[in-house]
Write a protein that binds this ligand. Structure first.
Ligand code: GLN
Length: 490
């Protein structure tokens, strides 16, 4: 049962074979047993989780079960929720318990889900390895000497190790898809504007988007159906977004005649040879299932990382100005005066990577440099978006590797921020263009999971879900779980 899909758990709950209370107990036991080796969860309120589960069972007893009734879902520490501290992996938010729920949390509660604690993450979602967390690194259940990806590393590790059936993550430059890829699970970043950002601690507001991290494509669709939709509380939540038949798309499993674009810029010499081989093999399999693989080019891809590392830090420097030792969380001890309080609270509260981003961003936005950096990066962003629009004139969907390498060793890249930034070469352009992207497991490289990324035109998550479901139904990569945590192994 720890590795059951939500779909499966729902059937068992409906049939009366298990209860919300039993499920919550099962996952809490596993968290108690395994969290020391993984550091996937940072806040777990055992009592209140059991109380949520009992309340959910009473809905079912009254025959009022809602779509996720009794299903436990782990939550990245970036989503504000009133029942638990929300610290965004940072010391500066130590002791902060929000006064309101994020919109997506409200949606999950209304659907009957049980919120299963807060998961570890890179500080303020800045990172690709979960190593910038103030709570220490989270570990990959396939090899605990390795990173689980980031920034939603705790969510990925928890789902991959069977400590939760599903989790919520956020993705600004790859933070759902890259951890999903390196831990062997499914993760989707919806189209920008599909999911409300209200109550999600902001990193880079024009890029941030929340999404599901699950073990199957259908589970991702199910959670997406609950958390998406217009919210007047977020000005970038799109009111008239084209709707998607989330579950219907999964049932379609459409591969026949599907035109899949294979961008040459995403199959490059610098990447891991085995990762490349697995993704090529996945494309071959799609072809055998009736898809047409078409070579395409996204010529501005090589500028994506550089543009992102101007835009994201610029927005972050503005968003993080609010942490001043007054309004939220932590204040330094015995400040001499106001300036001392601001500077020491921020200096003591933020970690090195966050400081690096704030400094870079403030520099890029400063007068005299704005045109050279920020405006230029925004222009590049337009070109990247245009590349995708051109490609989608030719193909229905694009398939690429999610991460150029499998999970690397903890500590391997911490001294070299640029190498770390390159972990997201294949995911960042999708955020810059505001498109939906999904990663699903497609094999192993040296016994470590490899992810296949699907990218579709804006609002066409249905094309991705249909193709990914077809691929999933023809393979069993998603059904392999790490042996050390009771799974069947690779
Ligand atoms: N790794 C990228 C960064 O550090 C993306 C992070 C994210 O998507 N939140 O900014």
């Amino acid at each position: 049962m720890p590795f059951s899909s939500i779909d499966d758990l729902k059937q068992r709950l409906d049939a009366g074979e298990t209860s919300a209370e039993e499920l919550a107990g099962l996952y809490l036991d596993r968290i108690e047993k395994h969290n020391a080796s993984l550091n996937a969860f940072v806040h777990v309120g055992f009592e209140q989780i059991m109380a949520q589960a009992r309340a959910s069972d009473s809905y079912r007893a009254k025959h009022e079960a809602r779509p996720l009734e009794g299903v436990p879902i782990a939550i990245k520490d970036i989503f504000c929720s009133t029942e638990s501290p929300t610290t965004c992996g940072s010391r500066i938010l130590e002791g902060f318990t929000p006064a309101y729920d994020a919109h997506v949390i409200t949606q999950l509660r209304k659907a009957g889900a049980v919120l299963l604690g807060k998961t570890n993450m890179d500080e303020f979602a800045m990172g690709s390895s979960n190593e910038t967390s103030a709570y220490g690194p989270c570990r990959n259940p396939w090899d605990t000497d390795r990173i689980p990806g980031g920034s939603s590393g705790g969510s990925a590790s928890a789902v991959a190790a069977g400590l939760a059936p599903a989790a919520l993550g956020t993705d600004t430059g790859g933070s759902i898809r890259q951890p999903a890829a390196v831990t062997g699970i499914v993760g989707m970043k919806p189209t920008y504007g599909r999911v409300s950002r209200r109550g999600i601690i902001a990193f880079a507001s024009s890029l941030d988007q929340a999404g599901p991290m699950t073990r199957t494509v259908k589970d991702t669709a199910l959670i997406a159906s609950i958390i998406s939709g217009h919210d007047a509380g977020d000005a970038t939540s799109v009111a008239d977004a084209p709707s998607v038949d989330w579950l219907g798309a999964c049932d379609k499993r459409n591969m026949k005649g599907l035109k899949i674009g294979r961008p040459e810029e995403y199959f490059i010499d610098g990447m891991d040879a085995e990762v490349r081989q697995k993704v090529e093999a996945a494309l071959k399999q799609c072809e055998e299932m009736g898809a047409e693989i078409i070579d395409i080019s996204l010529p501005h891809t090589e500028y994506a990382v550089a543009a992102y590392y101007v835009i994201a830090p610029s927005e972050a420097s503005a968003n993080l100005a609010r942490y001043d030792g007054v309004r939220y969380g932590r204040r330094c001890e015995d400040p001499k005066d106001l300036a001392d309080m601001y500077t020491r609270s921020r200096d003591e509260g933020f970690g090195d990577e966050v400081k690096r981003r704030i400094l870079t961003g403030a520099f890029a936005l400063s007068s005299g440099y704005y045109d050279a950096y920020y405006r230029k990066a925004q222009q590049v962003r337009t070109l990247i978006r245009q590349d995708f629009l051109n490609a989608f004139g030719q193909v229905d969907v694009i398939a690429t590797p999610t991460s150029p390498v499998p999970a690397f060793k903890i500590g391997e890249k911490t001294d070299d921020p640029i190498t770390m930034y390159l972990s997201d070469v294949f995911t960042i352009a999708v955020n810059l263009a505001g498109l939906p992207g999904l990663s699903q497991p497609c094999g192993f490289a040296n016994a470590l999971p490899v992810g296949l990324q699907w990218i579709a035109p804006a609002w066409r998550e249905d094309i991705i879900l249909s193709a990914a479901s077809a691929y999933e139904s023809a393979t069993d990569w998603h059904a392999q779980h790490p042996k050390a945590y009771g799974g069947a192994g690779a």
